[in-house]
Design a protein around this ligand. Structure first.
Ligand code: 9MR
Length: 336
């Protein structure tokens, strides 16, 4: 009798569990569905309650706390308190973590960007930063975005202080330092507008190919996925297959699909289709191991701050209600 009742309860719960994003991603053979978050949002109780829901989120990325200006604002003085809050949050709920990010031209302290370092010194600065930050969280991170946004739209290298001073050597130094600091974590290069095929995706392909040829540790390509409703590329799956041919994994690392606001029913319906397109591409390519949204609710999206007439980019609205995009994601993972 008790046994029979247990089974009934289990069967009743099963569709509910399958009907959530991380569970569905796992059913589709992926490692996780996850979200970016900021530790200062943890005081928002309804937000935190959903963040704790591991049936929706099996992975967290700190949206800001591990960046250079948040971890080494002053040369040689490292601070990890805020980053540790995100790490603890994930650990308490058995969620995987993606580290973000060692080397990026934004949120970079001026002592680095205008420090006037020569090549050798800047490479040692990069080495020290990546070794220390990755080493601090050794054994706790599934992966790291070691280098973020190295390319221009035409596939040339972005002229940052790192590139201008060291050429592409900084990429190699950062990857080697990260690997030395935590040999188990998967090392990624991460960029936007490399979802579909095109010059920027070719540049990423060529960079990873040359790094692998040189024996530099590189394990993944992070496809950010900052997209616009109605303009999602049709070549995502083809592009993912090409990346996969390099023998690296792929993750969609910062997904959001924005629209002109206010949202209309038609735009929300198109957004649902667009989420389905992106998630299906990941589902269909085994090397695509997981998907992270760049926060899950429109309440905390970065978009309106940068594109004032746009927003509504995430699967939950600003009242934490699920949008059609949520169900599009689910349908894509479950294959209907
Ligand atoms: O979400 C981040 C936002 O809070 C910061 O103000 C912003 C600073 O540039 O960075 C945002 O995250 C970015 C990520 O680190 C890299 N890819 C683009 C993301 C959105 O700008």
């Amino acid at each position: 009798m008790a046994k029979g009742l247990g089974l009934t309860v289990l069967l009743a719960l099963l569709p509910a569990a399958l009907g959530q994003l991380n569970t569905a991603a796992r059913v589709a053979g992926k490692k996780y569905f996850g979200t970016a978050t900021n530790e200062f949002q943890f005081s928002d109780a309804p937000y935190l309650a959903e963040l704790n829901n591991t049936q929706d989120f099996g992975q967290l990325t700190p949206a800001n706390a591990m960046k250079w200006e948040l971890t080494e604002l002053v040369q040689g003085q490292f601070t990890f308190e805020n980053a540790s809050l995100v790490v603890e949050q994930a650990r308490n709920h058995g969620q995987l973590l993606r580290g973000h990010t060692c080397v990026w031209h934004t949120q970079l302290p001026s002592w680095v960007s205008t420090g006037g370092f020569d090549k050798k010194t800047l490479l040692s600065v990069v080495d020290k930063h990546c070794s220390t930050v990755v080493g601090h969280f050794k054994g706790q991170m599934y992966s790291w975005d070691v280098v973020n946004e190295p390319f221009n739209e035409d596939g040339t290298f972005r002229e940052t202080v790192f590139y201008n001073t060291t050429g592409t050597d900084y990429i190699e130094s950062a990857l080697r330092a990260a690997h030395h600091a935590d040999p188990q974590t998967k090392l990624y290069i991460n960029d936007y507008n490399i979802d579909g095929t095109g010059p920027k995706s070719d540049a990423m392909y060529n960079l990873v190919k040359s790094l692998k040829k040189k024996g530099v540790p590189i394990h993944g390509i992070g496809v950010q996925g900052h997209l616009v409703v109605g303009t999602v590329p049709t070549t995502i799956e083809e592009n993912f297959r090409k990346f996969a041919s390099l023998g690296v994994e792929i993750a969609i690392t910062e997904l959001d699909i924005r629209m002109e606001t206010p949202a209309t029913e038609a735009l929300l319906a198109q957004q649902k289709e667009d989420y389905k397109t992106v998630i299906s591409a990941c589902k269909n390519v085994p090397a695509c191991i997981g998907v992270t949204v760049w926060d899950w609710t429109d309440k905390y999206s970065w978009i309106p701050g940068v594109f004032p007439t746009e927003g509504a980019a995430l699967p939950w609205d600003e009242n934490l209600e699920k949008k059609p995009a949520y169900y599009g994601t689910l349908e894509a993972f479950l294959g209907h």
